[in-house]
Design a protein around this ligand. Structure first.
Ligand code: TPP
Ligand code: SF4
Ligand code: MG
Length: 442
């Protein structure tokens, strides 16, 4: 295989003349060339600001989000895909704004490499001071000199256990090698790279390359490689612990394959409204599994109070033969009222429904005000259903009556669900089926 000569795209950087950002990106490119990783396995997560423009100049994957949150995104990417090489590019502004993310990623040793493009000010917005602005420095928000002590970014992550920590400048000849070292080391790596914002920081502070090196001495902050620890990245440690404790790898759940013919030709929106503790959500989840087994797309959305075993519990279910993006329900095709708590919260659905829609109401509930067709369901006539099976039994009646799902798919969903509930769920589905034939729809 011919080695890659560059990971850059051929568009020129957009930065002001003399801005340090370009040199740091060249060093990042040199590091990537040194490591020769597959560009498809690299993700550059950029923050906001002039430094945040960087990702588009590389022929790698990229993720660009909100100011200060790049480490949070990078954490998610690395935890989900440990095989990817995740490099965060962020300004000193973003580093301060996302300070808690920084500390926690270091503490957990999530395997990313953070490049702090530290020009001591918010460059893009006109040179406001940031958490790294040295005391005494003039910025647009500290015109008479900054009164704050600058944050020691390296000290902060190093004391919290980061695997690799380096402080240097954009002028360092070996910056590319240091970045490559950081990328190659497992665990959290950070390079605090001091540089010049020629548009704002330099003119206000008569700064220069020489002044930058002078600052390193004056501020009494460690420079060079500050910490280097042999640690495992959290993403690997987590997978190892999971395998040991659970006896199976992470994300080992089997995908649900289609086994039954789809029973729906158009999307169907169902609201299941009951009481907290009444197994509303598990009944809805089982129906969702049955929909997937029938080759449908399915979404489930919940509404319940933060308290447990009290108040309402509402599941919105959408089943569709086609993919859909919006998972909210404004007008249901059917609402299944299981308990007074659910009825109390269902008025917005009921008033949106019309004559073509159906309300399935548990027989003991008060009469419902709606223009929809109302079907009363009396579980007592369906033989014995335990308290926990009631929601599933009534939901089964509605699903079969609407021809939304087949009994076979519901039974199969019970079989692939939690084993300890299998028999109970099968009995509830059978009870629902017994109820649907003689009475529902009449
Ligand atoms: C939450 C949020 N607040 C404010 C802004 C406006 N904003 C855009 S760029 C920027 C400054 C960026 O400074 P820094 O992170 O140091 O990057 P630099 O431009 O210096 O490279 C700010 C405050 C924003 N985009 N998002
Ligand atoms: S404003 Fe400052 S940080 Fe932004 S491109 Fe210009 S010199 Fe660089
Ligand atoms: Mg900055």
């Amino acid at each position: 295989v011919t080695p890659l000569a560059t990971y850059r795209r051929d568009t020129p950087y957009p930065f002001c003349p003399g801005c340090g950002h370009g040199s740091i990106l060249d060093a990042l490119n040199a590091a990537l060339v040194e490591l020769q990783r597959d560009p498809g396995q690299i993700v550059i997560v950029s923050d906001i600001g002039c430094s945040g423009l960087s990702d588009q100049y590389f022929a790698t994957n990229a993720f660009h989000g909100l100011h200060g949150r790049s480490i949070a995104y990078a954490s998610g990417i690395k935890l989900a895909r440990p095989d990817l090489e995740v490099v965060v590019v962020m300004g000193d502004g973003g580093t301060g704004i996302g300070g808690a993310h920084l500390i926690n990623a270091a503490r957990r040793n999530i395997g990313m490499t953070v490049l702090v493009f530290n020009n001591f000010n918010f460059g893009m917005t006109g040179g406001q001071h940031s958490t790294t602005t040295p005391a005494g420095a003039a910025t647009s928000t500290t015109p008479l000199g900054n009164l704050e002590r600058p944050l020691d970014v390296c000290g902060t992550v190093a004391v919290n256990g980061a695997a690799y920590v380096y402080r240097g400048t954009s002028f360092d000849r070996d910056l590319g090698t240091r970045i490559a070292e950081a990328i190659a080391s497992p665990g959290f790596a950070l390079l605090d790279i001091w540089e010049l914002c020629t548009a704002y920081y330099v003119p206000r502070n008569k700064s220069s390359k020489r002044a930058l090196f002078g600052m390193l001495d004056e501020l009494d902050l460690a420079a060079g490689v500050i910490a280097r620890r042999e640690v495992e990245g959290y993403e690997a440690a987590y997978r190892k612990a999971h395998a040991e404790l659970r006896g199976r790898p992470v994300l080992a759940a089997e995908p649900i394959e289609r086994r039954f013919a789809a029973s729906l030709a158009r999307p169907m929106r169902l609201v299941v409204a009951g009481a907290a503790g009444g197994k509303v959500r598990s009944a809805a989840r089982l129906a969702g599994r049955a929909a997937l087994l029938s080759g449908l797309w399915a979404a489930q959305r919940e509404d319940y109070p933060v308290t447990v075993q009290t108040g309402h519990s509402i599941s919105e279910l959408i089943f569709s033969p086609e993919p859909f993006a919006y998972t909210g329900i404004e007008k249901p095709d059917a609402t299944i009222l299981l308990a007074a708590e659910g009825l109390g919260k269902a008025s917005r659905y009921l008033s949106a429904m019309g004559p073509d829609d159906t309300v399935y109401a548990e027989a003991s509930l008060p009469a419902v005000e709606t223009t929809a067709r109302v079907v009363s369901l009396d579980l007592a006539s369906a033989g014995s259903v335990g308290r926990t099976g009631r929601s599933l039994a009534l939901l089964t009646v509605a699903l079969l009556d609407l021809e939304a799902l087949s009994e076979e798919s519901l039974m199969a969903a019970a079989d692939i669900g939690p084993a300890r509930h299998r028999d109970e769920n099968r009995a509830a589905i059978a009870a629902g089926k017994a109820l649907v034939q003689p009475s529902a729809g009449e």
